[in-house]
Design a protein around this ligand. Structure first.
Ligand code: CP
Length: 315
């Protein structure tokens, strides 16, 4: 096991300084463009990939990304670990720290319990999605925006749908870029949590970004660069009200939205439910960059793993 590197953890985009956030986004975009040098920067590392919940993109991205960087991986599925038979989360983390360099985890545990595994001397923990945040998705999304638009500063992004973990991490990340306008249109009762809003507003106040949240689809902006949505049935969650579809129905992304912004691109973190949050016409249409986004999960995963282990991006 390599011992020459650092053991930084990424539970939230807020674990990154402004400079580190930019560096990881840029590094992800460089990997995507084939301009990151191709070095096996994680040679000798062992990366655990523990998914107790379903995942297609994030699990594949970190597995493929770690292998491409020269690491070995150990994959744990939902039924593999003694945590299922009552071993504590704390003991599970302590054991990981003795044998792995990095653990990438989507466990269903509260974010604080996952954070408790982090050990700056022994183990990097990467949050591959909790109920609260989905930081590696936001880093992917920003790398995709960087590749598409050249700069993130000044972009106008409208997010339509539930104020879930994807929305939370996007708000926390985009609000740190000067001139960004991030507008959320979330169904009534399904907005950002007050805690996430407060953190994002604090970032925006410092950076000069603008954060807006409304619970209707009236007076949509016409000068949007990006429309973004996510599926209505967020992984691992159940809606409290039986009539939730009635509340969400006006928030479907349809072709009519393009009339508001003829040059805008469409983004979706996937998986999608065509006919729910977005029509096939939009998701599969010429202005959709959802599949680039999906591929970029791997390139950004490589950047995240490298940051965790202290790889010098300038080298
Ligand atoms: N977007 C995303 O996190 O996809 P998976 O759930 O397939 O990992």
């Amino acid at each position: 096991m390599a011992t020459r590197h650092q053991h930084r953890s990424l539970l939230s985009t807020d674990d990154l300084t402004d400079a580190a956030l930019r560096a990881v986004v840029d590094r992800g975009a460089r990997h995507a463009a084939g301009r990151a040098g191709g070095a096996r920067t994680l040679d000798g590392d062992v990366v655990g990939v523990y998914f107790r919940m379903t995942s297609t993109r994030t699990r594949t991205a970190f597995s493929s990304g770690a292998l491409r960087l020269g690491a070995q991986i150990i994959a744990y599925g939902p039924d593999d670990l003694q945590i299922n038979t009552g071993e504590s989360s704390e003991d599970t983390g302590r054991v990981f720290a003795r044998m792995l360099d990095v653990i990438v985890a989507r466990t269903g545990l509260p974010q604080q319990e996952l954070a408790a595994w982090a050990d700056p001397r022994r183990l990097c923990v990467v949050n591959a999605m909790t109920a609260e945040e989905h930081p590696t998705q936001a880093l992917t999304d920003l790398a995709t925006l960087k590749g598409r638009f050249g700069e993130i500063e000044g972009l106008r992004v409208v997010y339509v749908g539930e104020g879930n973990n994807t929305a939370a991490s996007l708000a926390l990340a985009l609000s740190r870029f000067p001139g960004v306008r991030f507008e959320l249109r979330t169904p009534p009762g399904y907005g950002l949590t007050p805690e996430i809003r407060a953190r994002a507003e604090e970032h925006a106040g410092r950076s000069g970004a603008t954060l807006v949240e409304r619970h209707d689809m009236d007076a949509l902006p016409r000068d949007t660069d990006v429309w973004y949505t996510t599926r209505w049935q967020t992984t691992g969650t159940v809606k409290p009200d039986a009539d939730w579809r009635d509340v969400f129905a006006p928030f479907q992304v349809t072709r009519e939205l393009w009339e508001h912004s003829p040059k805008a691109v469409f983004m979706h973190d996937l998986p999608a439910h065509r006919g729910d949050e977005v029509t096939s016409e939009v998701l599969d249409g010429p202005r959709s960059i959802a599949l680039d986004q999906a591929e970029n999960k791997m390139h950004s995963a490589m950047a995240v793993l490298e940051w965790c282990r202290g790889v010098d991006f300038a080298a």
